[in-house]
Design a protein around this ligand. Structure first.
Ligand SMILES: *Cc1c(COP(=O)(O)O)cnc(C)c1O
Length: 363
């Protein structure tokens, strides 16, 4: 793929390293450029790194009406050698195409996605925030642009990548545990639906439940399956818990759970953490009983944004609350976060070659 570079002039773009003095938050800051490419006549065309700014879109663009829109979320890190490394980007690339299949959208060949993201990061190097715990949050997305009001899959799309220089997700260093609302009223996905896709529509459909969560003083919803029997996930993160014997358990992936890359990575890290990590079907009633009896000692969520979020308590729609152990962030959660961020930031070995250096291509 031959990428066109339509860069801003030197005086209009960043020329010195980005050194924010305050925590810049997550996903708020943009950079000078974005990557864009169009799909028409059965082909991806006109790949370009161009000024960050509005995209032209027809009022009849099918994404706006029928919701063919998917995205990814990945991270890159600046290592002590001053080079930038993506973390498991190949998994995000693969998953974008899984989502595309679920929503009847065209695939973006893996090599094209990789080249697009690497080219954009390469020209935006100076935007990497020089701040403790910072990263580049990478947001690739694809949506239907064809101007047509028939209900069918579109034949024109845009694939776009933007980068958000981001600060530590939890500025206090991941020290507080959140509350989840366990909902029997709202559901995120049903078998045969789109739950396994990272689709915009899944998020639109979760906002009502998120509003309910707020009313219960909860940060997010823990979704159950449509029969209210099994634990699924928290909507922006997968769920996990730790038993008294140290075993860490993640619900078995089904077509109603988004297959988190963080979960998959944690599954691989068991031997480095010195504990057993496995997947099981978790019945909510057993879970509640085990939290109450102290058999379950830690719980939380996995996702790229926060890596791991500890859950200190669960609230139910009848206002019952159950607390996990002392309600604080537990030792396994802390250790996991430490190991994960040490690998990402190049502070320890990368045992599975999850990091890939961004080549210096643009002169
Ligand atoms: C993105 C996402 C996650 C987390 O997945 P990661 O690959 O670990 O970032 C979990 N659940 C849903 C519904 C998601 O969209």
């Amino acid at each position: 793929m031959e990428i066109k570079y339509q860069l801003k002039s030197a005086s209009q773009r960043r020329s010195t390293p980005y050194q924010p003095t305050e925590n810049i938050g997550f996903g708020r800051i943009r950079t000078d450029h974005m990557f864009v490419m169009d799909y028409a006549d059965g082909q991806w065309q006109n790949p370009r790194v161009t000024s960050f700014g509005p995209l032209p879109i027809s009022p009849g663009a099918m994404a706006l009406h029928y919701g063919q829109s998917i995205f990814e979320g990945a991270k890159a890190f600046l290592h002590p050698n001053d080079e930038i490394y993506t973390f498991r980007l190949d998994k995000n690339i693969e998953r974008l195409n899984t989502s595309a299949s679920i929503l009847c959208m065209p695939h973006v060949p893996a090599e094209m996605q990789k080249q697009a993201i690497e080219a954009l990061i390469d020209v935006e190097r100076l935007w990497f925030p020089r701040q403790e715990g910072a990263c580049f949050y990478i947001r690739p997305f694809m949506f239907a642009t064809e101007d047509n009001l028939s209900v069918r899959s579109a034949n024109a799309y845009t694939y776009c990548v933007v980068i958000s220089p981001s600060g530590a997700y939890y500025p206090d260093g991941n020290n507080s545990a959140i509350r989840l609302l366990v909902s029997k009223k709202y559901h995120r996905a049903v078998s045969g639906g789109t739950g396994a896709a990272k689709a915009s529509g899944n998020y639109a459909a979760s906002l009502r439940a998120a509003t309910a969560a707020k009313e219960f003083g909860a940060a997010q919803v823990l979704y159950l399956d449509a029969n209210n029997q099994q634990i699924e996930e928290a909507g922006a993160m997968n769920h996990f818990h730790v038993r008294k014997d140290g075993t860490l358990i993640i619900p078995t992936f089904t077509d109603t759970i988004l297959k988190s890359i963080t979960s998959q990575s944690v599954l691989a890290l068991g031997e480095h953490l010195g504990c057993e990590i496995k997947q099981e079907t978790i019945m909510i009633d057993d879970f509640i009983a085990d939290v109450r009896s102290g058999e379950i000692v830690e719980a939380g969520g996995f996702g790229t944004a926060a890596v791991v979020s500890a859950v200190g308590e669960y609230i139910f729609e009848d206002n019952t609350i159950i607390q996990v152990a002392d309600g604080q962030v537990g030792p396994v959660t802390k250790k996991l976060y430490q190991l994960y961020s040490d690998i990402q930031n190049g502070r320890c070995d990368d045992p599975y070659n999850w990091l890939t250096q961004i080549p210096r291509l643009y002169k």
